[in-house]
Ligand binder design. Structure first.
Ligand code: IPE
Ligand code: MG
Length: 162
């Protein structure tokens, strides 16, 4: 195994890139997917077992509605089109973040993608969508409290999205 266990990537500049090419921000987002695919392929090649992409942050809700809607459509279409290939290539998808408030269709698609790839072993792709680290801590704490579990690192980790 490669010495690097996990890389995390904050996606940025896709919109600006699209504009710079004389096209739209959305053109940049579409091409951003190709970059992700390349990064995943290369990570597999050099045997990095986990890769996390910060895809949509809690701050991104401040964007124009049309852009947000386009981004979620893009995610929905991508998984609809590629899910069989992901399974075939042994790529596991995990979503971290609060997806409860996402459009129902997208949410269902994401859950389906996690379920279908849950036994895949070659690489784990975490997609942070509407993810906030404080949200994750609060969420884990709530579960711990509800289960009346011991406050220990082990119990805490069990309730993290990852
Ligand atoms: C990253 O690119 C993709 C998302 C966060 C959805 P940006 O959308 O942040 O592009 P810029 O930074 O505005 O150019
Ligand atoms: Mg940005």
């Amino acid at each position: 195994m490669n010495k690097i266990n996990h890389i995390a990537i904050i996606m940025d500049g896709n919109g600006r890139w699209g504009k710079k090419k004389g096209k739209s921000r959305n053109f940049g987002h579409i091409n951003g997917i190709k970059v992700i695919e390349k990064l995943v392929k290369d990570s597999i090649k050099i045997k990095i077992p986990i890769i996390t992409f910060y895809t949509f942050s809690t701050e991104n809700w401040r964007r124009p509605k049309r852009e947000i809607s386009f981004l979620f459509k893009l995610i929905d279409h991508y998984f609809n089109k590629e899910i069989d290939n992901l399974v075939k290539n042994n790529i596991k998808i995990n979503i971290i973040g609060n997806i409860k408030i996402l459009p129902q269709k997208v949410r269902t698609r994401l859950i389906e993608s996690m379920t279908r790839t849950k036994r895949c072993k070659k690489i784990l792709i975490n997609l942070a969508i509407n993810y906030g680290s404080k949200d994750e801590i609060i969420n884990a704490t709530r579960i711990l409290k509800r289960k009346k579990g011991n406050v220990s690192i082990k119990n805490f980790e069990k309730n993290l999205h990852t």
